[in-house]
Design a protein around this ligand. Structure first.
Ligand code: 6R9
Length: 648
């Protein structure tokens, strides 16, 4: 064993877990030795098919013939799997516990009630001309109607594209246009931490430039004032009241599109990650059961928003396919006070709790008292996702929140991967704080030398790639297959490139070190430096901008922008404020620039490429290790940047 602290699997957990250490080893080996047999079994176990597939896997990772097909020829319906097939045995079981922003507001929907509402909405969508394969944009807060909307789309074979409620009208517009949606579902307002956000107003602004959207369904969440566009806008509740209660699920091919979800990359605009039906659902259900060791009857809570992939897979599709009770939370961790998470756990007797390191770090700051005054006896398993969890936060989560009783599953995965790829299993994996530990079944990670692409043997650090497909893998970038190939399969031929760096220790444990491309991870949210730079240069007083991340205590990474003003422009604090609000307005409140440094010049190579490596070092105040600056067109610009750096 290596030098790091090791937490063995608690005996009480191992005894009843779906998978213990021996079973993990045997199943993992089998998944490599006989992938077709292994995955066929999983597909039969987790999903009900109306027609069996012909081939388990058909793929090529080669750029000139790139394709990935799982369970080709099979047919199924996602909403049938999440709802109908549970009705006979658990129709009256709670499917969704909704906990409002206001602690006095909650709601429970049984599988039967959820099924009924989904069928009605599916009929409404059909009435407004949505057919199989059409795209529907969902721009909703964390309310049960978001789950209903997703499932209603899947019932009729429409492809949903959820846009997080914290995105701006411009971001919403770009996504609606790129995925060519014809219908948008939103609400009058959203509520978070007692504050109302005018979602419909944002959608109204966005849709001014989206001529193909003919219908906007509006959920009444708060009763706040909204403007109404006659002929386009329809109240959700009125439409549902008028709709027929029965709706047969449409049979879908395993490789038919299920959803599009936009995510930031190193270059250009966010890309629409496309996930398909059969493989995704198998992978979502299987990882949900094994990684959280979900046991029948337990209440499971993932605090993500359905606007992110974590919400898709681990609030909705995984849990509902497994017939679980999933909790959906509208609010935030510190409202009305710092005990909110723990109060909700006690109130609803939550067994499994899955959140992000950024939330843990901010709650940690408030000390132990807000946690310790609650019971949390119902908790059995804790989870972490979104960014590397620093060992201090891990230890606090383990000791203070879990009372040293609950294993923490630190799950590494991405929008692109659909589900967990590297993660402990509660009953099988000894834990090391800060390590995502070992690969899930069927997943073959590899570390390659970032510059040569040569695989590393044994211990070492390099670029994290995956050697073969898994069923939850994204299939393409919507509308731009070439971008898919270029982004993920070009740099290291024969592999899927994750964009992350990682270290492998002597025990074969993986430690994710973070993004090695130009993607920032701010409070667990992905942002491309290119998106932020494009927003900054929209300002008439800005000549050029370069954005990098720097270490931030709470957010993991903060946003550091180097901005070159136009000649003759006075760089003032007023201008800084304008730039911060410009970026926020363009992208949304998740994009708050933390630091702006005025840069008379940016460090560029002779071919004009900005050397971000140097900018990252200066932002992090690591000026002793700038590396070679001799290839810069003008090495003196670096001296000015160092002298005026924000963190010294
Ligand atoms: C699920 C999700 C993906 C990026 C990923 C990585 C980082 C996520 C992590 C983690 C270390 C973990 N990331 N989970 N890093 N440990 N447990 O977050 O998807 O929003 O696409 O972000 O997040 O850098 O590449 P997404």
């Amino acid at each position: 064993m290596s030098e790091e602290k090791l937490y063995p699997v608690p005996a009480a957990i191992a005894a009843n877990a779906h998978v213990n250490a021996e079973q993990y080893a045997a199943m993992y080996q089998r998944s490599l030795d006989d992938p077709a047999g292994f995955w066929a079994e999983q597909a039969e176990t987790f999903v009900t098919w109306s027609k069996k597939w012909n081939t388990v896997l058909d793929y090529s990772y080669h750029a000139d013939d790139l394709h990935i097909k799982w369970f080709d020829g099979g047919q199924l319906n996602v909403s049938y799997n999440c709802l109908d097939r549970h009705l006979a045995t658990r129709g009256d079981q709670v499917a969704i516990i909704w906990e409002g922003d206001n602690p006095n507001e909650d709601r429970k929907l049984t599988y039967r009630e959820l099924h009924a509402e989904v069928c009605r909405l599916a009929n409404v969508l059909t009435t407004y001309g949505v057919n199989k394969g059409d795209r529907v944009c969902i721009y909703l807060p964390m309310i049960p109607e978001a789950a209903v909307a997703m499932l209603a789309c899947t019932r009729i074979g429409a492809v949903h594209s959820i846009v997080f409620g914290g995105f701006s009208p411009d971001s919403l517009r770009d996504r609606v246009l790129d995925s060519e949606c014809k219908l948008v579902i939103t609400s009058d307002e959203s509520v978070r931490g007692g504050r109302h956000v005018p979602l419909k107003k944002n959608a109204d602004i966005a849709l001014r430039e989206c001529p193909n959207v003919s219908t906007m369904l509006v959920v009444r969440r708060t009763g706040g004032n909204v403007e109404w566009v006659e002929g386009r806008d329809v109240w959700y509740h009125e439409a549902l009241d008028a709709a027929a209660p029965d709706c047969a699920p449409v049979e879908m091919d395993a490789e038919d599109p299920l959803f599009i979800l936009y995510t930031s990359g190193s270059t250009g605009k966010p890309k629409g990650a496309l996930h398909t039906t059969g493989g995704y659902l198998v992978y979502a259900a299987m990882t949900h059961k094994y990684v959280f060791d979900y046991q029948d009857g337990e209440v499971y809570w993932c605090t993500a928003d359905v606007g992110w992939v974590t919400g898709h897979t681990y609030i909705i599709y995984g849990p509902l396919t497994n017939g679980a009770t999933t909790l959906m939370f509208e609010g935030i961790p510190n409202y009305p006070d710092m005990s909110r998470f723990w109060d909700v756990i006690d109130k609803h007797q939550v067994s499994i709790f899955y959140t992000a390191p950024t939330a843990i770090r901010s709650l940690m700051r408030a000390g132990e008292e807000p946690v310790k005054k609650t019971s949390r006896q119902s908790l059995r398993v804790l989870g972490s996702v979104g960014e590397p969890i620093n060992p201090e936060a891990w230890e606090w989560y383990y000791r203070v929140v879990g009372d040293e009783r609950c294993p923490i599953v630190d799950t590494w995965w991405q929008t692109e991967t659909g589900g967990h790829l590297i993660t402990p299993l509660p009953g099988a994996t000894a834990l090391k704080p800060g390590s995502a530990t070992r690969p899930f079944f069927g997943v073959v990670p590899e570390l390659v030398d970032p510059s040569t692409g040569v695989p590393l043997q044994g211990e070492g650090e390099g670029a994290l790639v995956i050697c073969k497909p898994w069923p939850g893998q994204m299939r393409t970038v919507y509308g731009d297959h070439q971008r898919y190939i270029d982004t993920y399969f070009k740099q290291y031929p024969g592999y899927y490139f994750t964009g992350d760096g990682a270290r492998r220790d002597a025990d074969g444990y993986y430690w994710i070190t973070g993004r090695i491309d130009d993607v920032l991870n701010v409070s667990g949210h992905r942002l491309g430096t290119a998106e932020i730079e494009s927003a900054l240069v929209l300002h008439p007083h800005v000549a050029e901008a370069a954005v990098v991340g720097y270490p931030h205590d709470l957010k993991g990474q903060g946003i550091y922008a180097y901005v070159t003003p136009m000649a003759g422009v006075e760089p003032t604090d007023e201008l800084k404020k304008e730039l911060v609000s410009l970026v926020r307005g363009e992208i949304g409140p998740i994009a708050i620039v933390d630091i702006i440094q005025w840069a008379p010049g940016l460090p560029k190579t002779r071919s004009g490429k900005i050397m971000r490596r140097i900018l990252r070092k200066i932002a992090a105040n690591e000026i002793d290790s700038l590396g070679d600056t001799s290839t810069l067109a003008d090495p003196t610009v670096v001296d000015d940047l160092i002298a005026n750096r924000a963190i010294q």
